[in-house]
Design a protein around this ligand. Structure first.
Ligand SMILES: NC(=O)c1ccc[n+]([C@@H]2O[C@H](COP(=O)([O-])OP(=O)(O)OC[C@H]3O[C@@H](n4cnc5c(N)ncnc54)[C@H](OP(=O)(O)O)[C@@H]3O)[C@@H](O)[C@H]2O)c1
Length: 298
């Protein structure tokens, strides 16, 4: 399988690129949009005629995995046109490419397509996004389903953590603070629940779904259903000597531009019924591995 990964400079795409690179039956190519991460090449999804784009014709992908989006939720709320372009228009362009190469399109979506009143959610729950980001992710999903009814996969994920070059995700940032012996001070919402998932698990799950030629929507989530405060404590309890100041706060007090699903998260029963032997790692598994890598300062 030749897999073109759009947005491989990010957390999810980067993990897929790394994992697919060690699979004998996959030849992956990962592209970046504005930040050239290791082993990625340029492809501007917003201008398919850009002469500096990587030559997809020569690669002729069987699968296009679109991990690109504007993922900064509050910025999307204040810049809806840019959000539309980077999330919806980029997906319409990915659909165009998938049709051109008769490739399957894999789209990465989110629990922000739900309102967060009754999560965690199954795949069938009615959508009701409360933010520009969530609305645009839903519109992109719908476009994929409509354009490629028999040749798409949509993975819904949330609260992703894991190894990434820029260490942007919440857990990576905390581990960075600890490794650099910098104090940690956070105000964290104790009323925002989700199902954190390791990006490496997303890559492993996606590999199975591609191998088995699955079609449709799959939730990919671990079994942890925790709020932000609990998630931070899972990390911090492992570093009892580190200088830490975490203040619990409500989401309303944070006064963010975009509304957040409070009871969010995803139920992964559909995937687990089809792959009962799949083991989702949890935050503790990941931390055990990372602690071995971190040289703790005295
Ligand atoms: N992280 C989460 O918790 C989470 C939760 C739910 C859903 N998701 C979804 O998962 C996907 C991957 O997110 P992530 O966490 O890996 O985010 P990320 O680390 O912020 O990466 C986003 C990626 O999108 C690329 N990108 C931005 N605009 C693009 C465009 N118009 N065309 C192509 N690529 C573009 C970025 O490229 P450059 O950096 O090179 O500009 C980057 O590689 C996104 O669709 C996101 O909505 C993420």
């Amino acid at each position: 399988m030749k897999v073109l990964i759009l947005g491989a400079s990010g957390l999810v795409g980067g993990n897929c690129l790394r994992y697919f690179s060690i699979k004998e039956d996959i030849t992956p190519i990962g592209t970046y949009f504005s930040y050239q991460a290791k082993d990625t090449i340029k492809f501007n999804t917003l201008d398919l005629t850009d002469p500096t784009n990587f030559d997809i014709n020569a690669f002729d992908p069987d699968i296009i995995l679109h991990c690109g989006a504007l993922t900064w939720v509050d910025y999307c709320e204040e810049n809806p046109e840019e959000s539309y372009t980077k999330t919806v228009q980029s997906t319409l362009n990915a659909i165009h490419l998938a049709k051109k190469f008769s490739a399957k399109l894999v789209y990465i979506s989110t629990d922000y397509i739900f309102d967060g009143e009754t999560g965690p959610y199954t795949e069938e729950h009615p959508h009701n996004p409360k933010s520009v980001y969530g609305q645009h992710k839903w519109e992109a999903e719908e476009a994929v389903r409509k354009a490629l009814p028999d040749n798409h996969l949509i993975l819904r994920i949330t609260n992703v953590y894991g190894d990434e070059e820029r260490n942007k995700n919440f857990i990576a940032r905390m581990l960075d603070n600890v490794a650099k012996n910098e104090p940690i001070a956070f105000s964290l919402p104790a009323d925002q629940y989700a199902t954190p998932v390791n990006a490496a698990d997303i890559a492993r799950a996606l590999y199975l779904l591609l191998r088995d030629k699955k079609v449709g929507v799959y939730n990919i989530a671990s079994t942890d259903w925790v709020n932000r405060m609990q998630l931070a404590n899972m990390v911090l309890k492992r570093f009892p000597n580190h200088q830490i100041n975490i203040t619990p706060i409500t989401t309303a007090e944070l006064n963010q531009a975009a509304s957040r699903p409070l009871l969010g998260g995803l139920i992964t029963k559909k995937f687990m019924d089809e792959y009962p032997n799949f083991h989702f790692t949890n935050v503790d598994d990941y931390l055990r591995k990372k602690i071995e890598e971190i040289t703790l300062p005295n």
